[in-house]
Design a protein around this ligand. Sequence first.
Ligand code: B12
Ligand code: SF4
Length: 490
Amino acid sequence: MNLLQGRRTRCRLPRGPAPFVVSRGVFVAVPCPKPAGLLECNRIRLEEFPIKILLIQPYHKSNVKTRGRVYMSQLTLPLLGALTPAEHEVRAVDENVEPIDFDRPVDLVAITALTPTAPRAYQVADEFRRRGKTVVLGGVHPSLMPDEAAEHADAVVIGEAEESWPRLLADAEGGGVKERYVAETKPDLAGLPMPRRDLMKEDAYLNIPKVETSRGCPYRCSFCSTTIFYGPRMRFRPVEEVVAEVKAARHRFVFFTDNNITANKKYAKRLFRALEPLGIYWLSQGSIDMADDPELMDLARRSGCAGMLVGFESLSEENIAGMGKGASNRVDEYEEKIRIFHQHQIGLIGCFVFGFDGDDPGVFRKTVEFIERNNIDTPQLTVLTPYPGTAVRAEMEAQGRILHSQWEKYDVGNVVFEPKRMTPEELQAGYNWACRRVYSVSATIKRSVRSLKYLKNPYRSFVFGRNGSIYRKLFQVSQQHDQGIAPAGA
Ligand code: B12
Ligand code: SF4
């Protein structure tokens, strides 16, 4: 299918309008009612036609709002916008902050999807295709479930976009897109373009700009999609390019999207040294073993690290070994390492997952007590979720333990599988109990006040207090099952 099909253009010859589709001077073989016209038109160049591209981030109820603003702006559409050759016309809509105009005159609609947003992404795709538009799906979920995505799209982009998105657009210019684009290599991150943040309605977000410093993860935790998607080899951006992007974002707070910003300590130390003069605060993700390196911790603090999102995952060594995270996580060292983080004035968003095979109904109280005892500044409680492509899903599928694949419920707040030592209902009820307890207003205030003592900085402690209330909202919306997969009124 040609994506410019139907766009009428005027032939420069005196014969008048030609019902051809034109792309940068190349005619596509659409039968012409005037046979001579085709010949004549083939000999001339018409004016250039930019492809009108609409990038879409689909709605999901988990994009909760604080004071009317979505809590996280996203990097995906700004980066896709920046990877789009300048001659095309590109717009972006995040459906979480503004409605989609399905009748907008566009040639190509490109939609990104994670697993929980996939059902809405498919609805949006179907709606545009009904209107004759060419639709492309990409991102983590379409990459891991390309056959499913292909039912709703003209093209599916599998993997990272740096090389395949421009290739797809070149095909579109030349006549038509292929059904699949597979990223042939993992792109080198040197020279990534500056994300087009101007494409987004920046005032619709709490506006914590996201910046990448690396992709990939050397570990392969059984429940995680990251290594499957980005690969086990870490790739890094040149430090000076990261610094330039942070400066351009013009914000005192930045979120680095890395899976493990300290996975390569040498790189991390260089990065932190370069960030220090910028006077920013930042959050990112990393593993608990970062606390083993005092120099790294010191540099992180001095560079403005307000907190790290750290995967504790479980308080059971058996679970840690089972998920393949033994290299970085030793349960008996957790308490000491938490103290080291706090001594360095670095707060913790501590992630705990419920529902591993070793978990029984005692896991909830034990985990909550650990969080309270150690003052995890913001606990992130989640239910084990068997995402496509992961080892956990393969194993559960083989054992017939997957309850359903209603992807919108794969939001880490809903039980979608049969646990080993509990019923699904017990797991859900235990999870809900734990969330109510740690995300209660009083628990959140208590944590913030305690955080203030060792973070020694009201701003940092405020960040964690705010995070706590965001996670409370996230938990609440995950339990609102009456909400559909589309925004109200869509
Ligand atoms: C920042 C982040 C968030 C942010 C923003 C999410 C977002 N939608 O952008 C927040 C905090 C909101 C979030 C929430 C969640 N997240 Co999250 N998040 C991340 C994180 C850390 C970085 C994502 C990012 O910005 N990467 C940088 C951008 C540029 O990369 P990208 O989006 O993958 O895009 C590239 C390609 O995928 C491709 N591409 C993407 N879309 C498209 C579309 C087209 C048309 C094309 C051509 C190409 C293309 O092009 C880009 C450049 O190569 C990743 C882990 C990671 N490091 O990737 C997890 C990750 C994406 N999150 C994940 C999950 C599970 C979630 C949650 C469900 C649960 C949770 N609590 O974390 C929610 C769901 C939110 C939602 N409603 O979508 C999983 C996804 C698993 C899955 N199968 O879907 C990941 C991979 C983490 C993991 N450990 O498994 N997340
Ligand atoms: S959970 Fe963290 S450490 Fe494990 S594979 Fe995923 S990104 Fe890597």
